[in-house]
Design a protein around this ligand. Sequence first.
Ligand code: ADP
Ligand code: MG
Length: 697
Amino acid sequence: MSSFFDTKIEFLKGVGAQRAELLNKELGIFTYGDLIEYYPFRHEDRSKFHYIRDLNEEMPAAQIKGRLTSIETIGSGHKQRLIANFQDATGNMELLWFQGVNWFLKSLRINGEYIVYGKPTMFGGRFSITHPEIELINPAKDQSGYFMPVYSLTEKLRKKFIDSKLIASWQKNLLQIADPYISETLPKEIIEKYRLVPKNISLWWLHAPKNYDELHQSHRRLKFEELFYNQLKLISLSLVRKNEYSGQVFNQAGLITDFVSNHLPFELTGAQKRVLTEIYQDLKSGKQMNRLVQGDVGSGKTIVAFISMLAVIEGGAQACLMAPTEILAQQHFTNLKKFGDALGLEVAILTGSSKKKEREKIHTSLLDGSLKILVGTHALLEDIVQFENLGLCVIDEQHRFGVAQRAKLWEKNKNFYPHMMVMTATPIPRTLAMTLFGDLDHSEIDEMPPGRKPIITVHRYDANRLTVFQFMRDELKLGRQIYIVYPLIEESEKLDLKNLQDGYESISRAFPGVPLSIVHGKMKPKDKEYEMQRFKKGETKIMVATTVIEVGVDVPNASIMVIENAERFGLSQLHQLRGRVGRGAEQSYCILITDYKLSKDTKVRLDTMVRTENGFEISQVDLELRGPGDLSGTQQSGLVDLKIANLAKDERILKVAREEAFEVLNVDPKFELPANLPIKNHISKIKNKELSWSKIS
Ligand code: ADP
Ligand code: MG
C-alpha cells in the first residue's frame, strides 16, 4: 500500500526528470507521498471577479477581467518600465512592469482579453497593479473562479517557472490517481463525533478547494489529525516514563521543615507552597519525576528548587542545578551557598572557568557523597562529573538547553534516573506548553512575592534622550542603580560592539564622575563576572550591557532599565529585560527608547510592554505576532513541528485533540482494538519515517 506513495516524483504526469531534481533539491520532495504532504500555506480567493469601479486600496488583491488598450515602455536602462492600460466595462487602470519588460512587450497583445490578478494601489487618482499575474482569456479552458492554493517556493523554482499554479496542477494529477491509496488515519468514532471529513477528501479540499467551506472543512480535519498525533506522542512518552521508570523514593521532610521555619528569610507564597507540594508528591511516588516549573521573572523559582533539594539530601542523595550562563550559575551558587551554610550543607560551583584543583576536589567529593549540591553550567554534563547518588537535577531556563543535554543528565545516575525539574521563566502560552512540554508534568508559580511595586514602563523617542538622562541623574542622586541595554545584531558582532562602545562613551560624557560597568558577550567570563560583581556591590552605578544580562540576574538596588533601540528586541526579550528591575523596595522604571519610524508590529510590541507586566499576556501577543516557530527555543526542540495547525489560533482543536488522545491511550494504550487500527497503521508509518519516538524527549 505504501509503495504507491514511494513512487518517485519524476513519474508524475507533468513533472519529469529535470523538474523532479529541482523539487528534490529545493523542497525536499522526492516521492508522491512528499508532494501530497506539501501543504499550501494559504489560499487566494480567485472565485470572484472584481470590476475596476469597485477596487479599493484596502483589498489585499483583486481579480479583474478586461482588455489591454495600450502598451508602452517608458525610460531606459535600469529605469525602463512597461505601462499598459487595462479596461473593463466600468473603468480603466494601469498595469506596471519593472522586470521582464522585453518579454512582456513581445507577448502581450493589444486588444487582448485578459484575466489580471494582483494588489491594487492608488497612484495619481488611478488604480494600478504592479507585476500582476496575467493570463489570456481562453474559452477552451476552464477559467471560472477557484481557490488557488499558494505553496512556499524558492527563487530557483520561480526562475524555472515552477509556481503555485503549476504545483497545484501536479497535486490534482496526483490526487486523481492517489485517491484509492489514501488510507484513513483516524478512528471512525472520532471522525463521526467531530464530523470530520475523511482523509482523502480533506486532501482534495486542501489542494483544490472549490469554496471556503471545503477549505475550512479540510483544515479542521487536518489540524485535528496533526494535533491528535502530536499529543498522542507526548502523552504516551510521559506514560511510558511513569510506568517504566521508577524513581528513588524521597519521603522525609524534616530538613525542609527545619529550613522553612528557622532559616527562610520570608514567607513562601501560596503558589510556591502549592508547587512544592506537587514536587514532593512526585519525589515520594516511586516514579521518576519529569516536571516543568513555570513562573514569571521574579516569582521565586530558585527557592522552590532549593527546598526540593532538601528532601533529596535528607534521603541521602545529591542534587545539581544547571544554568545556561556563567553569570547565572554564579548567582545561583551565591544564593544556594548562603542557604546551604545555614544548614551545614556543602555547596559547590563548577563552570568552564573552574580551576583544575577545584575541579578535582569537586570530582572527589561528589563521588564520596560529601558534596550535596553542585551548581554549574554545561560543565556539569562532562563525563568526568560523576555522583555518588544523584537524586535530583534542576535545569534553569530550559529553553537555552537542547534536548540532548537534558538526556545527558539522565544518564548521570546508576540505578535510577534522577528526578528532573525544569524551570522556565519564559512565559509560554498554554497551547505552546501543551505541545512543547506536553510530555512533562506542569507546575505554575502564578503569584508574585508580596510587596512588589508595579514597574512603570514608558516609551520615549531618541529625541527625548536628554530628558531621560535628567531623570536618570535624579534617580542616581537618590542612590539607585541603572541598566542601559543595547541590542545585539547577530549578523555583525563588530557593529554591535561599536554600538555598545559608542553608547558607553556617550554615557560617560553625560554622566561624568559616575562609575560605570560594561558587560558584553565577547568578554571573558571572568571579566564579565568581575564587572557584574562590582555592579552588584554598588561600586558602579550604571551597567552598560548587551543582552547578556537578559536572564535571571538579580541586583535589587537596580531600579531603572533603559533599553536602547527597543524596536530591535522581541517581546519576550523585552519582558525578560524588564524583569531585571523591580526586585527591591523602590519604585522601578523601564524606559524603552526608539527611533521615530516604527512598523505596525513594533508599535504593538511597545504598547503591550507599556500596558502590561503579565508574562502570559505578553507571550500571547508574541505568539500572535510572530507565530510559534519563532518563540525562543521551540525550533531546537524539534517537538513543535506543525505543518498546518497554528498554535496561536487552534487552541480549541488542540484541547479536544489532547482529550481524545488521553482517552484512546487510557482505553487502548497499545492500539490493539480493531477500532484503533487506523492509529496503529499510521504510527507504524510515522515510525518508519522518523525512526523512533525516542524515550527521552
Ligand atoms: P525567578 O523566579 O525569576 O528565578 P528568584 O528565584 O530569583 O526569581 O526570586 C526573585 C527574588 O525574590 C529573590 O531575591 C528571592 O529571594 C525573592 N523571593 C522569592 N520568594 C519570595 C517570597 N515568597 N517572598 C519574598 N521574597 C521572595
Ligand atoms: Mg531565576
